[in-house]
Design a protein around this ligand. Structure first.
Ligand code: GSY
Length: 169
């Protein structure tokens, strides 16, 4: 079993409910146990056109799935949330990013793990830092997280939102 972290984001529709459905969907996927869910952060959009603010969270998993299988799960959850796939970088009902999968390293056209921008994106770092078990990660990633721990996170508002529910299975 491998410790993994996925990022969740929503800036369209019932944002909190979209995140909760993603947590529930992960929890009921064979090969995945949800260990922890971060608080939910309100975040200013990074990149793309003018669009609504996001809610972002990070989920900690124990999994027997490979990074690519996790990507397939992420895509399924996104399409179940009826993500509107019109404008690239535009508003989305649900976005699920594969951030870290144990010590796995993947560098393919459609999947890079660890996620290449996880260190500097405040909307990823704030919730990731809530739940990440740093000492269980590969040494170079531990060092990179420590070196960027106090980087400013503009546009990230700490949690006024209810915390997503999860049950260990
Ligand atoms: O990469 C995830 C989608 N996304 C987000 C997001 O989740 N939150 C914020 N604040 N900005 C974003 N830009 C993109 S693309």
């Amino acid at each position: 079993m491998t410790l993994a972290y996925l990022g969740l984001g929503s800036n369209l529709g019932e944002r909190l409910a979209n995140l909760q459905r993603a947590v529930d969907g992960l929890g009921s996927t064979p090969g995945i146990s949800v260990l922890a869910v971060s608080a939910v952060y309100e975040t200013e959009p990074v990149g793309g056109p003018q669009q609504p603010e996001f809610l972002n969270a990070v989920v900690e998993l124990e999994t027997s799935l490979t990074p690519r299988e996790l990507l397939e799960v992420a895509k399924r959850l996104e399409s179940e949330a009826e993500r509107e796939r019109g404008e690239r970088w535009g508003p989305r009902t649900l976005d699920v990013d594969v951030l870290i999968v144990g010590s796995e390293e993947v560098d393919e056209a459609d999947l890079v793990v660890p996620h290449p921008r996880l260190l500097e994106r405040g909307f990823v770092r704030a919730p990731l830092d809530d739940v990440v078990k740093t000492s269980a990660l590969p040494h170079d990633l531990q060092e990179a997280l420590a070196a960027t721990a106090s980087t400013p996170r503009p546009g990230v508002t700490p949690p006024p939102h209810p915390h997503p529910r999860h049950e260990r299975r």
